[in-house]
Design a protein around this ligand. Structure first.
Ligand code: 1GP
Length: 230
């Protein structure tokens, strides 16, 4: 079985976006630790199954980050479930999850499921708008969320989500200093090796998304953090 705790770098693919076979192969044959499939809009059973079957040709771990119940299906190594801690709508804390368990709880293999404590930090992102997240958070707020996740909820993952914009390293640093057992994920706006390295100083795992679709070469360069930290 794969050890998520060793993952340093993950590419996140949006099933609603097009990617060529050539670019997909370059991502999957890079030194990245895993591919995650997830998005906010237009995530459907059809586009998830299509992308899953294309990625499955390659020998690396594949994760579905669940964004809605309609697009959940067997065939992934792991299912990451976001719980948006700073959302003002309880649906995104545990409402969807409760609904899912009511419907499918009897057939879930909980070994494959990881709950991600999410803090959404880019007010202009689709995910912030959809989940009505309170993104006006300072270092003390982040420290308290990190403590909540590590000491109280005892979740395996804290995900600082800046989706679409490069984040504040002091926020990431503050979270990292509060965490011992919980793994820190950082995602948002990474478009160069320099940015990847900067966030990797504090986060255990960095997630690279958008740049895949705008500049594949730059996306591939971010994987070099792994060689440099070996
Ligand atoms: C998005 O955290 C990921 O969910 C990555 O962010 O797409 O901005 O790279 P970007």
């Amino acid at each position: 079985m794969y050890d998520i705790r060793k993952w340093q770098h993950v590419f996140k693919l949006d099933p609603a976006k097009e990617i060529s076979d050539e670019n997909l192969e370059a991502l999957c044959m890079s030194d990245t630790d895993a591919i995650m499939i997830g998005g906010t809009d237009d995530v459907t059973e059809d586009n998830v199954i299509h992308l899953m079957s294309r990625v499955r040709r390659y020998p690396l771990p594949l994760v579905l980050e669940v964004s809605n119940l309609d697009s959940v299906m067997p065939g992934f190594d792991f299912y990451f479930i976001p719980s948006i801690l700073n959302s003002n709508d309880v649906t995104y804390h545990n409402g969807l999850l409760h609904k899912a368990l009511k419907q499918y709880g009897h057939m879930i293999n909980f070994e494959e499921v990881m709950l991600e404590g999410y803090v959404v930090l880019n007010p202009d992102s689709k995910v912030a708008k959809l989940t009505q997240s309170n993104t006006q958070l300072d270092v003390e707020d982040i420290e308290a969320y990190a403590q909540l996740v590590e000491e109280m909820y005892k979740l395996p993952i804290l995900y600082l989500e800046y989706s679409g914009t490069y984040g504040d390293k002091d926020i990431v640093k503050a979270a990292s200093q509060m965490l011992t057992h919980t793994q820190l994920f950082y995602g948002g706006g990474i478009s160069s090796l320099t940015e990847a390295k900067e966030m990797k100083n504090y986060a255990d795992t960095i997630i690279v998304g958008n740049i895949i679709y705008s500049d594949i070469k730059k996306a591939l360069k971010t994987v070099k953090i792994k060689k440099e930290s070996k």
